[in-house]
Write a protein that binds this ligand. Sequence first.
Ligand code: NPW
Ligand code: K
Length: 489
Amino acid sequence: MNGAWSSAAVRRAEAELMPQLPPGTLMQRAAAGLAAACARMLKTLRSDQGGQGVYGSTVIVLAGPGDNGGDALYAAARLARRGARVFAVPVMRSRVHPLAAAALTQAGGRLTSEPPPSCDLLLDGILGIGGRPGLPDRAVELLGRIKSRITVAVDVPSGVDVDTGSVPASAVAADHTVTFGVRKPCHVLGAAALLSGRVHLVDIGLSGHLDPHPMVRIAEAGDLVEWWHTPGPDDDKYTRGVAGIAAGSAKYPGAAVLAVSGALAGPTGYVRYAGSAADQVRRRYAEAVCTDTVKEAGRVQAWLVGPGIGADESALSAVRDVLAGAAPAVIDADALTLIGEYPSILAGCEAPVVLTPHDREFERLYGSAPSLDRAGSAAALAKRLNCTVLLKGHHTVVADADGTVWANPTGRPALATAGSGDVLAGLLTSLMASGMDGVRAAVAAAYLHGKAGGIASAGHRTITSTDVARALPLAIGQVLSGGAGQAGS
Ligand SMILES: NC(=O)C1=CN([C@@H]2O[C@H](COP(=O)(O)OP(=O)(O)OC[C@H]3O[C@@H](n4cnc5c(N)ncnc54)[C@H](OP(=O)(O)O)[C@@H]3O)[C@@H](O)[C@H]2O)[C@@H](O)CC1
Ligand SMILES: [K+]
């Protein structure tokens, strides 16, 4: 399974494997993989300048006191042997891995307290999975003055909270992270995921010794292919599932249009709309079947209620009517605020429910904002309300009531645009209506939405929610055909 393991789980696996190997083997495997990754990056970096990759490049290592510094110094020794000019700075006075430092000097690298002002590649070997959040002052000072063309974090960007992905103090911002054995939660959660840059995995033989259950699961295209309900020859528009959308109002008709656009892009064959923006929906989407209220709509296999419905009596009735029914439901936007005010509506609901809060909506439901441990917060809300929770962010997380947490690998800050959540909620509803369970539908919707955002914003284009909705069919096609299945591409 694809996932991220906690530092404690990595330690346990290491402790089991280490005695079976000659001393230092794991560190040498890590250093070899790290040096090879750096060599590839230097080759790409310098190719347009007629450079020769590693030979003649300048590499600066910021070396911390532990094994993370050891990995960096051993890798730098390999680069020095291939002709790189290597300068290593111990960031905590003389506390540095002694054997690795000796290996570097033997290979021609220099240990110094005065590195050059710039380099091709800066190797962050300050702190790894043994690090507490924050950086030593000396590291902050060096990072502030060294100009590097690329920054490569060893195992994790130093300074982040490895197990939660939070960044409560100073931390390294890397272009790439080369990690060992398995990904760690900080590569896929919270602000640390942005600081990790592109993550490269080096196999050091840990996998057979790991707990089978990761701390955080990471969706990949293959999961979506496995979960997808592909229509068969006997299917018709009803058996493919009918999605119901209770969204929009006279004040916010656009929310209805966007939610319907998300639902129409999904796998269901039929979309019903219920609400006071029916005219706008009809005008835009002839295929949607419109009624004024949830009660008047025919049967659906999943409802969305909330985007743009407001907080008046008719909005409250829509939420009550949806949750009184037997169909699974997605509760979004204004409906989340109403649930926060009238929790009893949700308490009586027996159908599976997915809540899709952003941080302020989360606070209305939980009583406090998500903590820096976003995955933990989402799991706590899911457990308390016995629902699935999709907590939005540049790295969205999905948590189930049983404590399972998924990190979405495809999101990007550009998706923080008005109406983007309406499209996501519509798509999620279509996935649930097609028969996917709530957690899988939430994971799949976040993945596809992020991927569509990537397609729409290619070349750094600015995007609107309509652009994201338009890109969904292509994103879905790419994932299902197994092509360009890279997360975030
Ligand atoms: N596990 C594996 O399978 C493999 C692991 N490998 C590598 O080992 C790395 C883990 O190494 P590690 O255990 O030596 O810890 P690491 O992160 O280098 O530093 C701990 C030191 O930092 C200090 N310190 C902590 N926080 C601080 C702060 N905020 N500010 C200042 N100081 C701070 C702390 O000192 P303390 O203050 O606690 O006395 C301690 O001395 C791992 O990430 C990977 O790169 C690979 O070699 C191959 C296999
Ligand atoms: K590091």
